[in-house]
Design a protein around this ligand. Structure first.
Ligand SMILES: Nc1ncnc2c1ncn2[C@@H]1O[C@H](COP(=O)(O)OP(=O)(O)OP(=O)(O)O)[C@@H](O)[C@H]1O
Ligand SMILES: [Mg+2]
Length: 360
């Protein structure tokens, strides 16, 4: 029983002396009653490993319940990993665990409900027409989610690689503060190791090429995905767009030539109506593009990303601005184009991902 051995370990790390546990177990009956028997109307969405339902407990507090859909050894492992990691991590920009339920074949994870749902819902989903994300909120979300990842990479013990940074995994609380969610894909990095080789998991459009092709997961992969997320956040574009019946374009391929030409204003989400701080926009775009570059050794650390986004590390920002990647002349994008940010790596990513999703 993978889950229970992991759980014991998590409980040990949680239950220091008389400290009050921050999470508890829930009965299936309690969760049935909180979610109106997992009613379809309560469903917040569905991911690779199950559905998420809104619920309300007897004390009036609102919860989100993730119900794993298929029972398998893989799901057991997923559940164990997520519960153990979530039980350990506490940070203002990470979604906290409220508890779990393991009864019979059912495995459920209980979180705080995030009333402003996910970044995805504001950029491309049910809230996208409401334009609730003004520039200040976007900057806050960028910095806050980066700080959450800094905690995972540098402060959690042992360090954690998230491996699935994307817009649906950045949730927004009642003040639109970012909470990075979903540590189910996370993997502990042993001390001293530079990367762990693993089967590729993740989401189309966000995967670092070295991870998609060689299975090398490192902090740099999260930085790459975060770069894509930043571009999505400022532009309102999806990570990959269909530009014709045969061709696709990544958000990097779209934004890089505009950046080389200094046309930052054209990158800004039209829903901002021109209301943004130009200097900040430029900073975010430059940082996003250095994060999402093919060569992992050239990417900044997430700690540097936080400082850069805050407007610190001015010299580093100037060096980034003068980087050769922003001086390359770009031909119009076609599917066969090659280069540092070429399509070929992304096409490989897509192939990998399609394969992975079939395994889900
Ligand atoms: N605590 C929460 N509060 C509000 N909405 C949530 C909460 N947890 C998850 N959601 C939303 O529920 C939906 C399903 O989440 P889930 O994590 O299962 O899938 P996903 O993020 O789309 O994909 P993946 O399985 O790859 O993580 C998402 O839209 C997510 O933003
Ligand atoms: Mg998720």
């Amino acid at each position: 029983m993978v889950f229970f051995s992991m759980f014991c370990c998590a409980k040990g790390s949680n239950g220091k002396g008389k400290e009050k546990p921050t999470w508890r177990t829930f009965s299936l009956k309690e969760l049935h009653s909180a979610t109106n028997n997992f009613n379809y109307d309560n469903k917040l969405g569905e991911g690779g490993f199950g559905s998420v339902y809104w619920g309300q407990l007897w004390d009036g507090s609102q919860i989100a319940v993730k119900r794993l859909k298929v029972w398998s050894d893989k799901a057991e492992m997923q559940f164990g990993v997520e519960v153990e990691i979530l039980a350990r991590v506490r940070h203002k920009n990470l979604l906290s665990l409220r508890g779990y339920c393991a009864e019979g074949q059912e495995r459920l994870i209980v979180y705080d409900y995030m009333p402003n749902l996910s970044l995805l819902s504001h950029l491309h989903g049910q809230h996208s027409a409401e334009c609730l994300l003004d520039w200040d909120r976007r900057m806050n979300i960028a910095i806050g989610s980066a700080e959450g990842i800094v905690y995972l990479h540098n402060q959690a013990t042992p360090h954690v690689i998230h491996r699935d940074i994307k817009a649906s995994n950045v949730l927004l609380d009642s003040d639109f503060q970012a909470r990075v969610a979903d540590f189910g894909f996370a993997k502990f990095i042993p001390d001293g190791a530079t990367h762990v080789t693993t089967r590729v998991k993740g989401t189309l459009g966000y995967l670092a090429p070295e991870y998609a092709m060689l299975g090398k997961a490192s902090e740099g992969c999260d930085v790459y995905s975060f770069g894509i997320l930043l571009l999505e956040l400022v532009s309102g574009k999806r990570p990959v767009e269909k530009i014709s019946s045969t061709a696709k374009r990544t958000v990097v391929q779209w934004a890089l030539p505009l950046t080389c030409d200094g046309k930052f204003n054209e990158i800004a989400d039209p829903r901002l109506n021109g209301k943004f701080v130009e200097e900040e926009l430029k900073r975010v775009v430059l940082v996003a593009l250095v994060c999402a570059q093919t060569r992992p050794e050239k990417r900044p650390t997430i700690m540097e990303v936080v400082e850069l986004l805050k407007g610190n590390l001015k010299e580093k920002l100037i060096a980034i601005e003068n980087d050769e990647m922003f001086r390359t002349l770009y031909a119009p994008v076609t599917q066969s184009q090659s280069g540092d940010h070429d399509n070929s790596s992304h096409i490989s990513e897509e192939n990998e991902i399609e394969e992975v999703q079939q395994h889900k």
